[in-house]
Design a protein around this ligand. Structure first.
Ligand SMILES: CC(C)(COP(=O)(O)OP(=O)(O)OC[C@H]1O[C@@H](n2cnc3c(N)ncnc32)[C@H](O)[C@@H]1OP(=O)(O)O)[C@@H](O)C(=O)NCCC(=O)NCCS
Length: 163
């Protein structure tokens, strides 16, 4: 059984490993490996300290198998908006966990006071795009050849949700 819970300091090492696995797939995220563990630790502790939404999917073993978070934008005119990121280990996809993570994080983002959530997604990532659409995200923009991975260009889709 998998629980969806707010991230806590005890999850950080396992979250970092999961982030690294998804990054190394090279197909979904904007980086090819996780940031250094201490950078990740500082990021998560800052999220917890400010009460920003970050949820993890946790197996019975205590291992983090996925995450979903909304990070605020820093400049004043954008501060009502947060940027959503998420991922699951490959063997935990297509079981509804993305849906459960998304529901929790959007409820928390709304309760926190964000009035807009935005994200960017690589055009080939059809599973993620379908999930975002189901939650009411609409396509707001399209960046041509914004990504280049192993010599191949890919477009980036910009999506947003207003509360
Ligand atoms: C994007 C991602 C988080 C989505 O998570 P997910 O759990 O696979 O997504 P969903 O909850 O929507 O479930 C996907 C499918 O499982 C189905 N499903 C839902 N609940 C289910 C259940 N209880 N049992 C079985 N299947 C279920 C859904 O209907 C959906 O089917 P479809 O693909 O035929 O429409 C996941 O695919 C992932 O980690 N991808 C790699 C990282 C990534 O892309 N991150 C986002 C970058 S922008």
């Amino acid at each position: 059984m998998i629980d969806i819970v707010p991230i806590s300091p005890g999850h950080i090492d396992s979250f970092h490993q999961t982030l690294d696995v998804v990054a190394r797939e090279r197909r979904y995220l904007a980086f090819f490996e996780a940031p250094p563990l201490e950078t990740t630790r500082a990021f998560v502790l800052d999220m917890i300290g400010h009460g920003y939404p970050q949820f993890v999917a946790v197996a019975d073993s205590g291992d983090v198998v996925g995450w979903c978070d909304v990070t605020p934008k820093s400049l004043p005119i954008y501060a009502h908006a947060g940027v959503l990121g998420m991922g699951l280990l490959p063997q935990f996809r297509h079981q509804g966990l993305g849906t459960r993570l998304m529901r929790q994080v959007l409820d928390a983002a709304h309760a926190f006071g964000f009035s807009r959530v935005e994200l960017s997604v690589r055009q080939n990532n059809e599973n993620a795009i379908a999930l975002y659409r189901r939650f009411g995200f609409v396509t707001e923009g399209f960046q041509r050849n914004a990504c280049k991975v192993d010599g191949e260009y890919e477009n980036l889709i910009l999506m947003g949700l207003l509360f």
